[in-house]
Design a protein. Structure first.
Length: 639
């Protein structure tokens, strides 16, 4: 009996079922594309670390997209169950119990999820093909998958179906429970039932989750650990989804004020409609907010990283030798090259750097060996305490961040272990770190101590300073002649190093934005699908509006106004979360080996907000057109 009802419902409501499965198709497609790409990488001999990291990033983005799709599917099932209240109540009158109604909705979700998984599998192969093309393009210069085709295994197909069915069924659990609680007479009379008590419990749980999630951000930023930001984000989003139905109504009225004043009657109706159905408004806005939160987070973190690079630019070497090893090579910069550079009359200082793995005060890290006098002349460090020239045998230099974190000052003894043994060194200088551009690491020590403890003798970098009065072109030409013996060696000045690192940040940002933007697209699909579903539910209402004289273009304006209000709610929620967690991440990184300076990219965030609002209105274009074409008499006769 249940299966026959499922088949009948899906056959009669094929359009509704298709709209409900859109989120699952998109999310499953991303997961499938990621799995295909990861399997392709695994099957490619010599795949580099950049390609593997790309696959991991896309996997994270696919999981996020599935989460957004789950919110979208949940909203769609909530709308469809609400639309079928009379139908479900009639089934109760005919003898169906609550368990049968729950199974009915659950089986519908299972069928839709299975179909979404099949479609998502096909879409995922296309996604993987696009990602493979990106890896092989100049935009991702370190990657190379051109020598292998896409690998699509049976495991990928099984996981796709499981993800599609699982996400859809889980998203439909709450609507299925509501369907099972449908009372025959109460539903036929449209009475509220026991919603009030459930709403209070949901509000308390969601409110506690939001408070804990938001409070965890400054705690992680100030006291740590920074890993708390991830569960804090999940907890905050979960809490907002739970309390959204309670706060969406008042917020929709507030955000809808300018819409109502601009569009007049259609705008006022749009404001009233979004506030009247806060559950649908909250679910749709939350799907968009997650994507916008990710985009805002990436923009804030990228701007903060760039600001730190610009700040540290003045503390980088005037010139340095850059070593770019070919695949499988780790030869470093030869001693003969260093000697020839040191003999150039155009250079005032040449300070070869050697670095290796070490254990400093019980923690694994890297130390850099320098000649103190040469290094002082070639590398413009910002000294906080002590002096670089005190880094003679037995001395240790540490960054200001490390000194503050571990409570060290000038004179503190610190045990340092390298492959050849261990020695206790004394902190002689504390300096401002330079984590992005060529130069100092977190620890400096004298070359004599480094060699005595068996450190790696390979030279990885050579900061240099030009002699006063020598033209920059002459200096670069002289250095280039020395480096011509090895094509892996190039000379780079301060500006070129800064631009290279900024370019890497830009490429990473564009990749993150593309992946986060996919979640935003799913949110926009949420506006499209839930708006289209609401048109079906409100056919009688729209027919009545047409009957009392409302023009077609006013109907379209009303529907677009509703989409604009929902989009603005998503913009405000997502933008606020992105700023909050971007600040938290910047503070966490400020105390790490990759410091940042919190910066708000106002123009970029404003552009994203405007684009999201416009995209939300455009997403409602088709539903608005369908609403304006509803036949008046047919809609009024709809039951």
């Amino acid at each position: 009996m249940i299966w026959r009802l499922v088949r009948r419902e899906l056959a009669m409501r094929s359009r509704r079922a298709a709209l409900t499965g859109v989120g699952a198709v998109v999310g499953v497609g991303l997961i499938c594309g990621t799995l295909v790409l990861l399997e392709t990488v695994a099957a490619t001999a010599g795949a580099d670390e950049d390609v593997r990291q790309l696959g991991q990033l896309v996997l994270v983005a696919g999981v996020v997209a599935v989460l957004v799709g789950a919110v979208l599917i949940n909203a769609a099932f909530t709308v469809t169950v609400a639309q079928r209240t009379r139908e479900l109540a009639l089934l109760r009158c005919l003898g169906a119990d609550g368990g049968q109604l729950r199974r009915l909705v659950g089986l519908e979700a299972l069928v839709i999820g299975g179909l979404a998984g099949l479609v998502g599998l096909g879409a995922g192969v296309g996604v993987a093909a696009g990602l493979r093309a990106y890896v092989n393009s100049d935009l991702f210069p370190s990657g190379d998958l051109s020598g292998s085709g896409l690998v699509v295994s049976a495991r990928t197909a099984v996981v796709s179906l499981l993800v599609g069915c699982g996400v859809t069924v889980l998203s439909a659990l709450a609507p299925a429970r509501r369907a099972g609680r449908t009372a025959p007479l109460a539903a036929l009379r449209a009475t509220p039932g026991s919603v009030r008590r459930a709403g209070q419990v949901r509000l308390v749980v969601g409110g506690v989750a939001v408070v804990l999630g938001v409070a965890a951000v400054p705690f992680a930023a100030v006291a740590g650990p920074g890993v708390l930001l991830l569960p804090a984000g999940v907890l905050t989003l979960l809490g907002l989804r739970l309390v959204g139905a309670r706060v969406a109504g008042p917020l929709a009225r507030l955000v809808g004020i300018p819409v109502a004043r601009t569009l007049r009657l259609p705008g006022a109706l749009a404001q009233a409609n979004t506030a009247r159905n806060p559950e649908r408004t909250a679910a749709t806005a939350s799907a968009l907010a997650i994507g916008l939160a990710l985009v805002s987070f990436v923009l804030v973190l990228s701007a903060s990283t760039k600001a730190a690079i610009e700040d540290e630019g003045a503390r980088t070497p005037e010139l340095h030798v850059r070593y770019e090893p070919r695949a499988g090579e780790r030869a470093g910069i030869g001693a003969d090259v260093v000697d020839r550079l040191a003999g150039l009359p155009e250079l005032a200082a040449v300070a070869p750097l050697r670095s290796g793995e070490a254990t400093v005060a019980g923690r694994p890290d890297r130390v850099t060996a320098v000649d103190p006098e040469r290094y002082r002349r070639a590398q413009p460090l910002k000294v906080v305490a002590g002096s670089v020239t005190d880094l003679a045998a037995g001395g240790l230099g540490v960054t200001e961040r490390v000194a503050a974190t571990r409570g060290w000052t000038v004179g503190t003894p610190v045990p340092v272990r390298l492959p050849g043994g261990e020695r206790t060194l004394t902190v002689r200088v504390v300096y401002a770190g330079n984590s992005y551009l060529p130069g100092a690491g977190d620890y400096l020590m004298a070359q004599a101590d480094y060699a005595a403890l068996g450190g790696d003798p390979t030279v990885r970098d050579v900061p240099m300073a030009a002699r006063d009065g020598v033209p920059a072109g002459a200096v670069r030409a002289a250095v280039a002649r020395v480096l011509a013996v090895d094509p892996a060696l190039t000379v780079e000045d301060r500006g070129q190093a800064r631009q290279r690192y900024l370019g890497q940040i830009n490429r990473s940002t564009s990749l993150f934005l593309a992946l986060a933007g996919l979640a935003g697209v799913v949110g926009l699909l949420g506006i499209l699908t839930t708006t289209a579903l609401s048109i079906v539910d409100r056919a009688r209402e729209l027919g009545m509006l047409r009957a009392v004289g409302m023009a077609r273009h006013q109907i379209r304006l009303m529907i677009r106004g509703e989409a604009l209000i929902v989009a603005l709610l998503g913009v405000l929620g997502g933008g606020g979360l992105g700023l909050l967690f971007g600040w938290g991440a910047a503070r966490v990184l400020a105390g790490s080996s990759s410091p940042t300076r919190f910066t708000v990219p106002t123009a970029a965030l404003a552009a994203v907000a405007a684009a999201a609002a416009v995209a939300g209105v455009l997403a409602a274009a088709l539903p608005a057109r369908a609403a304006s074409r509803i036949e008046v008499l047919g809609a009024i006769a709809t039951e």
